[in-house]
Design a protein around this ligand. Structure first.
Ligand code: SF4
Ligand code: SF4
Length: 388
């Protein structure tokens, strides 16, 4: 017995293109966003459609390398390659791009991108704990609101912003419910399927429809689980994936874990669990832009220093999802995640007492077989550790 609803997530990106094209023809504006620090709520509040942009495929990287250094992370090169080759229809339809100064490569890439698309770059302070950082990030929320209002010649009202906060909260709640299904043992949904669902949803332009699709999927999977359905082998090693983001086209490590007999029960990364727990108290009467600043500054990305919340999240996830081992994925040339792997290794090995594997790779298939050997060996270590 398989989930039939899962199939309806397969083609959201393709199906939504026509919806987006028709919306554009009616005059609706589209705003492209690359990173989870890019706030969706002000975009929704002005009546535009926020879309997550592609940066997860190998194909456009060669074109990107004609202008960017080759030793840059594949996510940045893929994003830029889609833009300069005009092969991502979502980028093509975007009237405005929201960029951010997360890491050095990305912020400098946005300078080049501004040559052929309007890009509003938000200046992200890199400490989640300082009051001055929060105040600066609030001012960046105000500046974004002003840019949206000027660009689209409209006004963002407080009720519209609060309604946007509500729908984004609901989306996070529903996605978290889906992820939380894998707290069950055995797991209900594979890591490859989780990547697909989360990635495809980023392209859906109807926020409420996204919520109801997720709710229907969760109900169906709960029903199946209660009638004995599970994914993978019952004793498959349960792996937590942390590190840099993955999506369709860059899910190589997730796929290899599952081809080798493990199951990625949870992902701490962006697109996974990193942001689904970040909601705004809708009864909080303070300025909604301030509430947004507080929420987005709490994202535990490795660009923050220090980034202790990520360690805390990993500990909670390891417990809640009953994981047997942790794989920490770093895209090549991503210095922030690469250096932070020191703290992740310590936390996983010393505090949680779990096997840990750090992998550094890119989107190409050139190292697929060597990765397979390392992952197979790691899963053997995980199985042996379970028996101790
Ligand atoms: S890992 Fe950090 S920089 Fe990359 S998308 Fe996530 S929040 Fe943005
Ligand atoms: S993966 Fe690392 S280098 Fe690449 S965009 Fe994200 S933070 Fe920057």
């Amino acid at each position: 017995m398989r989930s039939e609803l899962l199939a309806s997530f397969e083609n959201i990106r393709d199906n939504n293109l026509m919806v987006l094209k028709e919306a554009k023809e009616r005059g609706t504006k589209v705003v492209g966003i690359y990173c989870t620090y890019g706030p969706r709520e002000p975009v929704l509040a002005i009546g535009a459609i926020p879309v997550g942009l592609c940066g997860t495929r190998q194909e456009p990287i060669a074109a990107a390398e004609s202008e960017l250094p080759a030793n840059l992370c594949p996510l940045i090169k893929s994003s830029y390659g889609f833009a300069i080759t005009d092969t991502c229809p979502y980028f093509h339809f975007s009237d405005l791009i929201i960029g951010e100064t997360t890491c050095d490569g990305k912020k400098k890439m946005f300078e080049l991108m501004q040559r052929f698309k309007p890009v509003h770059v938000m200046h992200l302070p890199q400490s989640p704990y300082r009051q001055a950082a929060l105040e600066l990030w609030y001012k960046e929320m105000v500046r974004l609101k002003e840019t949206l209002e000027e660009t689209f010649n409209s006004e963002i009202t407080e009720p519209a912003l609060r309604e946007a906060i509500h729908v984004v909260n609901e989306g996070n709640r529903a996605l978290k419910q889906l992820f939380d299904l894998n707290r069950r043992k055995p797991a209900v949904i594979s890591g490859v399927e989780l990547v697909k669902v989360a990635w495809q949803l980023g392209f859906h332009s109807d926020r409420w429809e996204r919520v109801s699709m997720l709710e229907r999927l969760v109900s169906e999977l709960e029903y199946l689980a209660e009638h004995g359905y599970a994914t993978g082998e019952p004793l498959a090693p349960r792996i937590l994936l942390t590190g840099t983001p993955v999506g369709v086209g860059s899910e190589k490590v997730v796929a290899l874990v599952e081809e080798c007999g493990g199951i990625v029960v949870a992902m701490e990364n962006c697109g996974g669990y990193k942001t689904v727990g970040l909601t705004i108290d809708e009864k909080d009467p303070r300025d909604p832009l301030w509430l947004l600043a507080e929420k987005y500054l709490r994202i535990p990305c490795a660009v923050m220093t220090p980034n202790w919340e990520r360690l805390q999240l990993i500990k909670e996830m390891a417990r809640d999802f009953q994981v047997d081992g942790v794989i920490d994925l770093t895209w090549q040339a991503c210095h922030t995640y690469n250096v932070e792997s020191f703290w992740i290794a310590r936390t996983v090995k010393d505090e949680l007492g779990l096997p840990y594997l750090h992998l550094e790779t890119d989107y190409s298939d050139s190292d697929r077989e060597s990765l397979r050997v390392r992952i197979e060996a790691f899963l053997e270590v995980v199985k042996a550790a379970r028996m101790v």
